[in-house]
Design a protein around this ligand. Structure first.
Ligand SMILES: Nc1ncnc2c1ncn2[C@@H]1O[C@H](COP(=O)(O)OP(=O)(O)OP(=O)(O)O)[C@@H](O)[C@H]1O
Ligand SMILES: [Mg+2]
Length: 459
């Protein structure tokens, strides 16, 4: 309350009293003699002054504090808990003022506590790995967390205050909410949801919110993103299907020829030999398949233990080079090797040898006779680069993204005829990644391919 207002009120009171005194004075003066008039005027003036002092004192000690208390109370009802009474007062007005100030302080403390709690809750909810939605008993959304917004692309403003079925249109979600309300029990369901063009698999759990009086007050929906899990499951399923398929072919063939040899009278030595050699070839295929699978599972184990050594490239490559040379000679391929002088680097020599052999065997296998295969090893800044280049059949561009998948072969029939299992590049990729490196391919159909492995010095 400002000073002008404070005085206006006091002056107004004094003006009213003055009017009353003047009125009384005029009446008394009419009936008084001249001498008495002076005494009356004097008494009235003194009386007025005494009354003014009394009114002022009452005004300052009671009226003004109570006005201030009233203003503060109004501020408190408007949730301004900083409001306080500062006007000095006495007696009961002082007690009342103190009580209101204490009340205001308590309200302020409670409100701060509530704010802290609310922000703690918000932090917890926003950092949850699952989406969250709180619905009241009428179906209105009261709260969603950050993960929910990320999952469905709705900000809290798009959801809070709206009916849940207007926000989420999926019928399976409606079913969960309805059943949670109906049975007052936890309900589960899963949905697929497309977000930014990608399919998400989401599991929803709805739980009823029941108060102390055992009344249903709403429902909490929790959304778990199970996309990664689904993918892992799919990869596992594909893997089992692929392995079974890969094993089935040679086994069927071995069984078929063995049965034919047993059941039918094949006297012709040449045919017998032919059948037996097919059996031998197919069993070697089985053997190499199982060998590769074991190797892959070994490499895929959570943490591949690398036995890191300082590799002097020239010495390290001697065995590999002679093995590659043999293969290349068999197919009358030209084999060239480019090795940077005194090249040396850190890595697991055995595993990296597998990388070189796998890539170079592919180069040999997928290059027709008279072609050329090249192995290059050189340094590029902080990296060691291994390149396997060929002038072979090349790889169609649409096959490139899938090339490193287990069992992927561009031309199944052709690869199988070369004894390939389709696991070689998957193994290579794992080894390279265990060295924190990466592998890339450039290829042109009919012209040839270049596989480039880059291994960093530090990681
Ligand atoms: N240098 C290359 N030129 C052309 N195609 C290639 C080359 N390297 C790989 N490929 C293609 O990629 C596929 C996958 O190669 P990967 O080495 O993983 O399997 P694979 O050679 O068939 O069998 P293996 O597991 O015995 O190596 C091959 O089947 C082949 O189609
Ligand atoms: Mg291969």
């Amino acid at each position: 309350m400002n000073i002008e207002k404070k005085h206006t009120l006091f002056l107004r009171y004094m003006a009213i009293i003055a009017l009353i005194f003047i009125f009384i004075g005029m009446i008394i003066l009419q009936f008084s003699s001249t001498e008495e008039k002076l005494i009356v005027l004097f008494s009235l003036t003194i009386g007025y002054i005494i009354l003014a002092v009394m009114v002022y004192s009452i005004y300052v000690n009671y009226v003004r504090p109570i006005q201030s208390i009233l203003t503060t109370a109004k501020e408190l009802t408007n949730r301004n808990y900083n409001a306080r009474i500062y006007v000095p007062s006495y007696g009961d007005a002082q007690l009342l003022g103190n009580a209101v100030n204490t009340l205001a302080r308590h309200l302020q403390e409670i409100s701060i506590e509530q704010k802290v709690q609310a922000s703690e809750w918000k932090t917890v909810m926003d950092n949850m790995e699952s989406g969250l939605m709180l619905i009241d008993e009428r179906g209105y959304v009261h709260l969603v967390n950050r993960k929910f917004s990320e999952m469905f692309g709705y900000s809290p403003n798009d959801c809070v205050g709206y009916l849940y079925y207007n926000v989420l249109t999926d019928k399976d979600i409606h079913k969960v909410v309805k059943e949670t309300f109906l049975y007052e029990e936890k309900m589960k369901n899963s949905i697929t949801h497309i977000m930014n063009g990608e399919t998400q698999y989401i599991e929803i759990v709805g739980a009823p919110v029941i108060n102390e009086a055992k009344e249903l007050k709403g429902s909490v929906l929790v959304f778990y993103d199970i996309t990664k899990l689904k993918r892992v499951e799919q990869v596992r399923k594909d893997f089992v299907a692929n392995v079974s398929h890969e094993l089935k072919t040679p086994i069927t063939s071995i069984k078929g020829f063995a049965e034919t040899l047993l059941d039918e009278e094949i006297t012709d030595k040449e045919t017998q030999k032919q059948f037996l050699s097919i059996i031998l070839k197919e069993s070697s295929r089985l053997q190499s398949l199982i060998h590769d699978l074991l190797e892959l599972s070994q490499i895929e184990k959570d943490e591949l233990q690398l036995s890191m050594k300082w590799i002097e490239a020239e010495e390290w490559l001697t065995t590999s080079v002679s093995l590659i040379e043999q293969q290349a000679n068999k197919k009358q391929l030209q084999f060239e090797i480019y090795l940077e002088d005194k090249l040396a680097f850190y890595g697991d020599p055995d595993l990296l040898q597998q990388v070189v052999l796998n890539l170079m065997y592919n180069a040999v296998n997928y290059t027709p006779e008279q072609g050329k295969v090249t192995l290059r090893l050189y340094r590029d800044q902080d990296y060691t680069v291994i390149e396997a280049v060929d002038t072979g059949i090349g790889i169609p561009s649409e096959a490139l993204p899938r090339l490193f998948e287990r069992f992927y072969r561009v031309d199944r029939a052709r690869s199988r005829s070369t004894g390939g299992t389709g696991l070689g590049l998957a193994i290579v990729k794992h080894i390279v990644e265990a060295h924190h490196g990466h592998i890339t391919v450039e290829s042109e159909l009919g012209k040839g391919s270049c596989f480039r492995v880059v291994i960093p010095d530090k990681w």
